[in-house]
Design a protein around this ligand. Sequence first.
Ligand SMILES: Cc1cc2nc3c(=O)[nH]c(=O)nc-3n(C[C@H](O)[C@H](O)[C@H](O)COP(=O)(O)OP(=O)(O)OC[C@H]3O[C@@H](n4cnc5c(N)ncnc54)[C@H](O)[C@@H]3O)c2cc1C
Length: 429
Amino acid sequence: MEKIDAIVIGGGLAGLSAAYKLAEAGKQVILLERGDAPGSKNVTGGRIYVDPIRKYLPGIIDAAPFERHVVKEMITVLDDTGAVAFEYANAKWRQEPYMSYTVLRAKFDSWLADQAARKGAFIIPKKKVENLLWEDGKVAGIKSGAEEIGAHVTIAADGALSFMAQKAEMRGPHKPQDLAVAVKEIYQLDRKVIEDRFGLEGDEGAAGLYMGSLTQGMFGGGFLYTNRDTLSLGLVLGIHQLALNERGFDAPSLMESFTARPEVARYIRGGELKEYSAHVISEAGIGTMPKLVRDGMLVAGDAAGFALNLGLTVRGMEFAVASGVLAAETAIEALDKNDTSAAGLAGYEKRLRESFVLPDMETFRNAREVLDRKRLFTVYPRFICEMFDELFTIGARPKEGLYTSAKRVAKKYVLNMDTIKDLLAARKL
Ligand SMILES: Cc1cc2nc3c(=O)[nH]c(=O)nc-3n(C[C@H](O)[C@H](O)[C@H](O)COP(=O)(O)OP(=O)(O)OC[C@H]3O[C@@H](n4cnc5c(N)ncnc54)[C@H](O)[C@@H]3O)c2cc1C
């Protein structure tokens, strides 16, 4: 079979970063993307942390079409009627190089595709890879419709569900508890309105997270990011719990209730809904990571389960970029040595271990187990809101001493064995 150097499956950040690096090294590379264009099918919150990936895309990453650099974190804890909001800002986030930016994937992915194409990568949209080609037990390329393309190395960067890693027998079928589903809306607003509503200047941005009653006791939370002249707003929910929930909530109706909350509605008021999307998120962590390498094939980005949702920070994009680049570097070395067997590609895992990718995945190995505790989404938000309610409510009856009130509310919610168990579990984070 005639073979090119490399095929990349999927034009998200992992695939595009891999194609860019391979083409930069002078390798023949074809990237196949099932969407109308790279980025057209991709959904993110989203905010990207750029500090970890500057060295992986040197010279170009700071010219990327990001939206706003984030200078402010906003956390809102909700119960059925109340809300407690925390804000954290730091002067250092106003200084270049900026740590993180809000991002719209349609723009960012299409820009990265242009960079890869300029280096010589062939980016082919509207091409869904349906199967892999095999030669003596080794992955030897892909099938798309009637077309077959042979390659010495295939990189699966086909996102969280990665049917290609499954077809290559590098992982089994997903379990529902390893995935979350997200719905996202994008609202257009005048940029000055956004800056005034969030207290921002110029290109400064804000990142908001919401937790508590909005998920009706299920694993998950809400997010809100300021873009230049749009807001990205969404809800993440554990698929497993969504399927089991007896009260029959579905993601769109929970999203509707979320956007109707005054703590959200005041930001999107007057905005035009431009986009609605839904996507899965890998929540499994390193415990269910697939095999990263087999003869002729590497897996990168969400396809390898490289994503970390710690509630306060959501990370996946920088893992996608870094693992895509490291997969490409491994492939380049293997192609140069004319050995693209599993042994020839084994350096990928070593590269990932020497980067931030596997160390961070390892450190937060138990994140899902710790965060998947119902009380985090029910008892603690109610406790926080009721505590503030007690402090700030002045009614017709004489007021109880503050300490007495606080003790009574704490006793009702958190002075018990369950809290101790939760604290013990939290040590694993
Ligand atoms: C709602 C939501 C919020 C998120 N928020 C954040 C955030 O704020 N910050 C952050 O860092 N991360 C966030 N993430 C995670 C982040 O978006 C992902 O980790 C990241 O997009 C992974 O990039 P990827 O290239 O591996 O996969 P993807 O971006 O999913 O790209 C995979 C690509 O492969 C293509 N594809 C799939 N199958 C085939 C096939 N058979 N043939 C051809 N093409 C195929 C798809 O069309 C897609 O373009 C969020 C995710 C979601 C869903």
